[in-house]
Ligand binder design. Sequence first.
Ligand code: NAG
Length: 400
Amino acid sequence: MVILNVLMHKSIILNFLLIFQISKYTCESPNKANHEKQKYTRASQWTHYLELIDGAVSKYEDCYNEGCACFASVLSDDFAVWHQREQVTQDDFNAARSYGVHYQIINHKLYRQDDCMFPFRCSGVEHFILEIMSELPDMEIIINVKDWPQVSLHQKPLPVFSFSKVPDHHWDIMYPAWTFWEGGPAVWPIYPTGLGRWDLQRDIITRAAEEWPWDKKEDKAFFRGSRTSAERDPLVLLSRREPDLVDAQYTKNQAWKSDEDTLYRPPATEVKLEEHCKYRYLFNFRGVAASFRYKHLFLCNSTVFNVGNDWLEFFYPALKPWVHYIPVKPDLSDARDLLLFAKHNQEAVKKVADRGRQFIIDHLRLEDVSCYWKLLLQKYAKLLSFKPTLNNNYKQIKGS
Ligand SMILES: *[C@@H]1O[C@H](CO)[C@@H](O)[C@H](O)[C@H]1NC(C)=O
């Protein structure tokens, strides 16, 4: 108690001294030199971030679109272990069978095992394979359509295709998610049948971006989503403390039972992706795996703040921190500082927004997605050491 009193006393004295000094400072001589000095201190507080942006931009070379070269490094990373082993054998393949849906390509026709746990996800995948069928050699593939990758680095590598992974943890080979075409997550009531085709979303959100040029946007960070991981909590809490800086709230997900699941507040209403364009700074977090939200956020011409960088989809590595987005630590300890930086350095972060949008517009078109599928399957087929024989129980997939 005594110690506490002393401490309190001490801090009162300190506070008093501080107030005294400040008032002395402000009352005395707000002359030009002081003003310049203040401006300088304020500016130098942000030099570190500005240098990170300048450094990253000067090192960055925009990739060449032809042959979806922007994403080539991901292919070589994902196949590195198989190139080392020189082939994917029948044994490797059989061991992978239980981790996903079994497809066969024989004579430019696509066949599949009967059951797929998520029919819309399977048809989202099949759309892209059917489109390039005439250019594909015979092969068989195991495609995992669950959210979660399947093959841990702790076990021996297996040729399983998944849409997302953490390269430090999984052997899975990444493929462009079904949601580019269909089977995206349904969000009631705003996306009752799923997020919808990527090419259409690109148009819808671009129109919204045009309605919300930078000067009209609110100078605020924004996030709406469910509490798929507690990693999002610090931003939601920051928003409760500083609502002028951040508007981040949890919405319901299917598992929602009580306010506890939305961090002890009633759930917020869902907000469509194009409505995110009203805000200058948009946060992206991982979800269960990588978040489908990410690519959409760039279309707004708002600055994307991407939290953590473990979880990938095939196109993530082509997007560079400080060039296309602002990287935020997974524990969000730098989130507030980065937002203050943004507010005080509008020209710099607006350019990050422009570059982010331009990258997605130029290099993540549906044709780039198809291009990646083609390279992926052609490379994979070269590694297979066996010829598939048609399973008579499988039906041919023709698409709609
Ligand atoms: C995005 O911003 C840039 C520069 O600020 C502008 O030229 C462009 O028209 C904007 N695009 C959209 C879709 O609003």
